[in-house]
Design a binder for this molecule. Structure first.
Ligand SMILES: *[C@@H]1O[C@H](CO)[C@@H](O)[C@H](O)[C@H]1NC(C)=O
Ligand SMILES: *[C@@H]1O[C@H](CO)[C@@H](O)[C@H](O)[C@H]1NC(C)=O
Ligand SMILES: *[C@@H]1O[C@H](CO)[C@@H](O)[C@H](O)[C@H]1NC(C)=O
Ligand SMILES: *[C@@H]1O[C@H](CO)[C@@H](O)[C@H](O)[C@H]1NC(C)=O
Ligand SMILES: *[C@@H]1O[C@H](CO)[C@@H](O)[C@H](O)[C@H]1NC(C)=O
Ligand SMILES: *[C@@H]1O[C@H](CO)[C@@H](O)[C@H](O)[C@H]1NC(C)=O
Length: 466
């Protein structure tokens, strides 16, 4: 009996020990995997107070496509996309801010802008001073060289500030502003600004376009407006028009002008400086619309759409990440050297992260504040909407695609339908003359088209546009 028992015990030990070891190994692997997926702290490291920022270096599992260059897939990946200038610059910063590699640095640096500035500067000169980079630099197109030689600068002073604390239109408001319209424009585009002021960019209380169950109009919100400008070079322009802008500002109080040259590759500065201004004086505004001065926006529909977002369950949570627009997923940088979007592969390699087309995009005030913080850790990139995408992916936030943002205009024939402009939130591109006409027409057809739905969201997602 005893022998039999001993034999069975030996067999059991022989068979079970490896099983137990294997099981333990599996559990260990699962725990490690879980920890890395959630971005939770490993022993001895510190999690950032502000949450998802710490998850930047770990696959979030939500990206269907992993070939994003700017963000190393794992933090130990040293040479992600080799020797492209911007990738190398940012790799230095990303590695430095990695919460696993440098837990204390982050804590110390979080309230300290000097820390970020010196970090960006350090990584810049480390890469820029390499011989290979110098040789590369000489081969870059002129405006790219201009960009690179100024990309360290971002604290340009403001030349003109708007009247209200947070854009024009603050009078007699009974609640927090719902929407701030922040519109990129240039000094000479007076006509565009004027058309916007008279039409979709009117400030004050704006009613939504919706009926409640008893058939009455409901909803609305306070809208404010600010135009974002750089400065024209009087020598290039031949004349000095800066006084006119002063007059315009006195009249309308909606001008926010910065002291940098208003060029295509400097547009990113408008985002970064706008975020900074917003965080200081507008931080509690619910939503920001940021777009071009040659678009048409259906503001009443936009108001209703945004009110609906606020009514959704868990809105407070989702608002932290909320950005909606015409999302372009995994676009390839433009390699045609005649294009204004041209980015040589010695400057940037890999795909762009998902981003919302810059013609017009809406995001929450909460997200704006977070973008402001994150922008201090991301080197400027010459294409503004891509830059926003680069900040988004580092916040672990993902823009939402909505087909009512027509940054590439209507599909054929659809425009001619009676209510076509009631089914959209934004369309690009329209002249000031067209904007005025369209606005009048939208008002005229409002009763007939009151209840039409926005273009629906389950249409096929757009292919990347190059
Ligand atoms: C990523 O997406 C792009 C465009 O959608 C595609 O061309 C590419 O093959 C994808 N890469 C991977 C690794 O899935
Ligand atoms: C941004 O950073 C500041 C100070 O560094 C901090 O007080 C603030 O809470 C941060 N805001 C967000 C939205 O993360
Ligand atoms: C901010 O960072 C700079 C540069 O890293 C450092 O010299 C300074 O002591 C820091 N200040 C504070 C208050 O931590
Ligand atoms: C509909 O809206 C009107 C005006 O805002 C309001 O007086 C009425 O109580 C609302 N009805 C319902 C059922 O919510
Ligand atoms: C951006 O603005 C700065 C300051 O005015 C200017 O020196 C620089 O040349 C501009 N950059 C580009 C790419 O135009
Ligand atoms: C643009 O590319 C073409 C052909 O690839 C080349 O011949 C030309 O020199 C390039 N132009 C510039 C400004 O780099």
């Amino acid at each position: 009996m005893a022998r039999c028992y001993r034999r069975w015990r030996n067999v059991l030990i022989c068979v079970c020990s490896p099983c137990i070891c294997l099981a333990l190994l599996c559990i260990y692997a699962a725990v490690v995997l879980c920890m890395s997926m959630n971005g939770t702290a490993l022993p001895g490291t510190t999690v950032w107070e502000n949450g998802p920022e710490s998850a930047r270096f770990v696959a979030s599992g939500t990206l269907s496509n992993n070939s994003f260059a700017a963000l190393p897939k794992t933090f130990w990946e040293r040479h992600s996309h080799g020797d492209a200038f911007w990738n190398l610059l940012q790799l230095g910063v990303d590695r430095h801010l990695n919460p696993i590699l440098h837990p204390n640095k982050i804590n110390r640096g979080f309230d300290n802008s000097t820390f970020y500035e010196s970090l960006l500067k350090e990584s810049f000169f480390e890469v820029y001073d390499r011989d290979s980079m110098r040789r590369n630099f000489d081969k870059l197109p002129q405006q790219m060289q201009e960009f690179v030689s100024h990309m360290q600068m971002r604290d340009y002073p403001t030349l003109i500030l708007p009247n209200g604390v947070c854009g024009a239109g603050a009078k007699d408001e009974k609640e927090l502003p719902l929407l701030l319209l922040a519109i990129k424009t240039r000094v000479l585009n007076f006509k565009n600004r004027q058309a916007i002021r008279q039409t979709w960019g009117q400030v004050g209380w704006v009613a939504g376009q919706k009926r409640n169950s008893s058939g009455e109009e409901e909803g609305g919100g306070y809208v404010r407006r600010v135009f974002l400008l750089g400065k024209e070079d009087p020598e290039e322009l031949g004349v000095d028009v800066s006084e006119l802008l002063q007059v315009e500002s006195k009249l309308y109080g909606d001008i926010l002008q910065f002291d940098f040259k208003d060029t295509f590759f400097n547009l990113t500065l408008k985002d970064v400086l706008f975020w900074s201004w917003f965080s200081r004086v507008c931080g509690r505004t619910r939503f920001v619309f940021k777009g071009d001065d040659d678009v048409f926006v259906n503001t009443p529909k936009m108001i209703t759409y945004l009110q609906d977002q606020l009514k959704k369950p868990k809105a407070h949570e989702t608002m932290k990440d909320f950005m909606v627009g015409d999302v372009i997923a995994a676009a390839i940088p433009n390699r045609v050297n005649k294009s204004k979007y041209f980015i040589p592969d010695s400057f940037y390699k890999g795909l762009y992260p998902a981003y919302a087309g810059g013609g017009g995009v809406v995001y929450s005030g909460l997200l704006t504040n977070r973008l402001h913080n994150m922008s201090k850790m991301v080197h400027l990139f010459p294409i503004d909407d891509v830059y926003v995408g680069m900040c988004m992916i580092r916040l672990n936030a993902h823009p939402i695609h909505h087909p009512a943002f027509l940054t590439f205009d209507f599909p054929e024939k659809e425009e001619e339908e009676l209510c076509s402009y009631h089914r959209i939130l934004l369309v690009h591109k329209r002249s000031p003359y067209q904007v005025v006409k369209l606005w009048a027409n939208v008002k005229k057809t409002q009763t007939e088209c009151w209840d039409v739905d926005l273009k629906n969201a389950d249409k096929k997602k757009k292919k990347p546009k190059i």
